[in-house]
Design a binder for this molecule. Sequence first.
Ligand SMILES: [Zn+2]
Length: 133
Amino acid sequence: MANSQQQAANWLSFLLTQDVPFNELLRSHVAIGKISELCNCGCHGFGFEVPAQATVRPLQEGAGVFYELAFASNHPEEITMLLFTDERGYLSWIDVTYGACNIDPMPDGIAPANKIGVWPGTRHDLPRVDAAD
Ligand SMILES: [Zn+2]
């Protein structure tokens, strides 16, 4: 199933239905931004662009992986969504791949089922500031 603007919009809508701690913030980014480019490697990844004059709060500080979600699918492999932010901390890319390692192009008619895991992004270029307990 080839990547397309509509496909990307569908994945974005699907993402917004997910119960994630940053859902409201993500909605604010999606509301003012737009899908920019489509990956054509066979996955359903796409870029997202929040306008330069935006005043929404960032998802995180700086650029990098922000969050990962994995879903069972109606095919043998899972669907993985990987969220990235730009240097402003704004949503900038969503990888949507078949299998954890993008093993194959997205099969025709694939649909996500139950969520099987989430991983908040781990920043390596900034010192961790989490309070120790
Ligand atoms: Zn791709």
